[in-house]
Design a binder for this molecule. Structure first.
Ligand code: CA
Length: 238
C-alpha cells in the first residue's frame, strides 16, 4: 500500500438502496476517498470491525435492523464521524440519531455539493485533536475560551455566563448539528431536558448581542424542529 493510499480517509456507506449506494460510492471514490459499502446492519458491523472508517454515512432505514440500533451498537466502540441520511418525512429520527451519537444529518434527496461539504467538515473534526483550541475564529467572531471573552469584528461583547456556555458548546462542535436536548444537557444540565424554551430565550439574547440575524445567520443557523448549528471555523484557524 502506498503512502497516499494509507492517508486516504476511509468512508463506510451503509445504504440498502443500490442506486443511492452506487452513486455515493462513485462520487466519493472520485474525490479520492477510500470507500467501503454495506447493504445491511449486519454487513455494516462486519465492515466497520474489519476496517474502522474515519466517517460513516448511515441510512436509518435498513432492512435487517433499525439504523438507530446499529448506531447505538457502533458508538460503543467506533469513534468515526457519523453522518445520518434520513427521509424528509421522518424529522424526529434525526433528533434521535443526533442524541444517539450521530454528528450530523442530511435529508434525502440531497445534492452532492452539500454532501461533500459535510464530509469535509466531518473529516476535519476527526483529524482535530479533540481538544478545543484556546481561541476560535469564525468570520469576524473571535472566542477566547481561556480568557472567556468574545469579540465581534474587534469589538468586545459582554455575555452572561449562560450565554457564554451556550456559545462555547456551539463553537466546540462547529459545523455539527446540536439538538435542543444536547444543548440543555451540556449548558443547563440534565434536569433542564425538555425545557426547550430555555434554549430559545438564551439563543435570542446571544444572537442580539452578537448581532447575528436568525433570518440570515452569519454564525448560528436554526435547524427547525432539531436545534442549532454553528458554521465551520475559518480554515486558517482550524
Ligand atoms: Ca433505506
Amino acid at each position: 500500500m502506498s503512502n497516499a493510499e494509507r492517508t486516504q480517509p476511509i468512508i463506510l456507506i451503509v445504504e440498502d438502496e443500490a442506486p443511492i449506494r452506487r452513486l455515493l460510492s462513485a462520487l466519493l471514490a472520485s474525490k479520492g476517498y477510500r470507500v467501503i459499502t454495506a447493504q445491511t446492519a449486519a454487513e455494516a458491523r462486519i465492515r466497520a470491525s474489519e476496517t474502522p472508517p474515519d466517517l460513516l454515512i448511515l441510512d436509518l432505514g435498513l432492512p435487517d435492523e433499525d439504523g438507530m440500533e446499529l448506531l447505538r451498537r457502533l458508538r460503543s466502540w467506533l469513534s468515526a464521524y457519523v453522518l445520518v441520511l434520513s427521509a424528509r418525512t421522518l424529522e424526529h429520527e434525526k433528533v434521535l440519531a443526533l442524541d444517539e451519537g450521530a454528528n450530523d444529518y442530511l435529508t434525502k434527496p440531497f445534492g452532492s455539493a452539500e454532501l461533500l461539504a459535510r464530509i469535509r467538515v466531518g473529516l476535519r473534526a476527526t483529524t482535530a485533536t479533540g481538544v478545543t483550541h484556546a481561541v476560535q475564529v469564525f468570520d469576524g467572531l473571535r472566542i477566547d475560551h481561556d480568557a472567556r471573552n468574545v469579540c465581534v469584528d474587534g469589538r468586545p461583547v459582554q455575555l452572561t455566563p449562560l450565554e457564554f456556555r451556550l456559545l462555547f458548546e456551539l463553537a466546540r462542535h462547529a459545523g455539527k448539528a446540536l439538538t435542543h436536548r444536547h444543548l440543555l444537557m451540556h449548558v443547563w444540565g440534565a434536569g433542564a431536558v425538555g425545557r426547550n424554551h430555555y434554549v430559545r430565550v438564551c439563543m435570542a439574547n446571544l444572537r442580539a448581542k452578537l448581532g447575528d440575524d436568525p433570518a440570515q445567520p452569519r454564525w448560528i443557523q436554526t435547524l427547525p424542529g432539531i436545534g442549532y448549528r454553528m458554521v465551520a471555523q475559518d480554515e486558517s484557524d482550524a
